[in-house]
Write a protein of this length. Structure first.
Length: 350
């Protein structure tokens, strides 16, 4: 069944339609403490949610773990959920990842609806059917492929975001621009991210989601083309896990932005990505995302974390690189020395 993604201007009507399509005997809404405070009030008056059971978990990616997953399972069980129940995930990527995994495994799978409230959730986590939790110190180590019945995108939630979370989601949009076409990429690197026009951003979100949807529909289980979506993520996920181990977690999109710096460098060196486009992209990232303070002493751990990446085969670290914007080269490998050179490039100020 193809995942339905609705760019919603009429949230109550579209949510009522989505719930009716699931025909649930019981309805549950999963939020974290942040989205309960800032987002639930935008929905809790809706007639279609009148009988919904609210499940609240702790916020931030540090709680996307097996303990919180167990908490959601218990809440569903204690609330009388059956195989015919439905879970609405209202939140950012942490909630849609966690809630999707909980729904896909409870009673061997119940329906769920994603309503992402962050830019990152809208353009990445909530769309595409990947669910999961962090485990054993590794990002998204355990999970499933399971599509939400419906994903509702409404940018009214973006006015609840702080600038850091807006930038976090925008990094995934930048990645989508790099793997699509020059016009989309150019609009993204010239967008005034510090003073965003939310109407223009909604159009850009729709375009970004279409890039991901098109790829996911052609390759739902990441056998080939879907690996394009991993641009920036092999090193980015290592940065994210490294920061988590240091006790100073960083937002996913920031890790992706830093990963893009290194992997565009590898693209320039190994697959001929144009240096002028690399520089323009890196200038945008430098201006909006700051820097990550690792040293060469951290290289062994970063390389070890890259070895755990799910895309790897035969103990080789695999990358998605670019020959140009939209010219995707999947299943590229790099030696340890080449990866260290990319990390050096980042540390030396690009």
């Amino acid at each position: 069944m193809k995942q339905e993604v609705v760019i919603s201007d009429y949230l109550e009507k579209d949510l009522s339609t989505a719930i009716a399509a699931c025909a649930p005997d019981k309805l549950f809404v999963l939020v974290d403490e942040t989205t309960q405070t800032h987002c639930w009030s935008k929905l809790n008056h809706l007639t279609c949610l009148h009988d919904a059971h609210l499940i609240t978990v702790a916020a931030t990616d540090t709680h996307k773990d097996i303990e919180t997953l167990s908490q959601v399972w218990k809440a569903l069980s204690n609330g009388g959920a059956t195989r015919h129940s439905c879970l609405i995930n209202l939140g950012g990527g942490m909630i849609t990842d966690l809630g999707g995994f909980a729904a896909s495994t409870f009673k061997r799978g119940i329906s769920f609806i994603n309503i992402p409230t962050t830019l990152l959730g809208m353009v990445d986590a909530a769309v595409g059917g990947k669910t999961g939790i962090n485990f054993n110190g590794l990002k998204n180590e355990v999970g499933t492929f399971s599509d939400a019945r419906v994903v509702l995108l409404n940018t009214l939630f973006l006015d609840t975001l702080d600038p850091q979370n807006l930038r976090s989601g925008y990094a995934e949009m930048l990645k989508h621009g790099l793997i699509s076409n020059t016009e989309t990429w150019a609009e993204l690197v010239n967008f005034p991210l510090e003073t965003p026009d939310l109407n223009q951003l909604q159009d850009m979100v729709a375009q970004s989601v279409q890039v991901k949807q098109r790829i996911v529909e052609l390759d739902p289980h990441e056998q080939a083309l879907r690996k394009a979506l991993n641009l920036g993520h092999t090193i980015g996920h290592a940065f994210e896990s490294w920061a988590l181990k240091q006790g100073h977690p960083i937002l996913h999109g920031y890790a992706v932005a830093y990963g893009l710096v290194c992997e565009l460098y590898l693209s320039a060196v190994k697959t001929g990505f144009p240096v002028d486009k690399m520089r323009q992209t890196l200038q945008f990232i430098s201006a909006h995302y700051g820097t990550l303070g690792f040293t060469c002493d951290d290289y062994p751990l970063l390389l070890q974390l890259m070895q755990h990446d799910k895309k790897n085969t035969s103990n080789r670290i695999n990358f998605t690189l670019l020959a140009d914007i939209g010219e995707i080269k999947i299943d590229q490998t790099a030696t340890e020395d080449e990866i260290k050179a990319a990390l050096d490039f980042y540390r030396e100020g690009c």
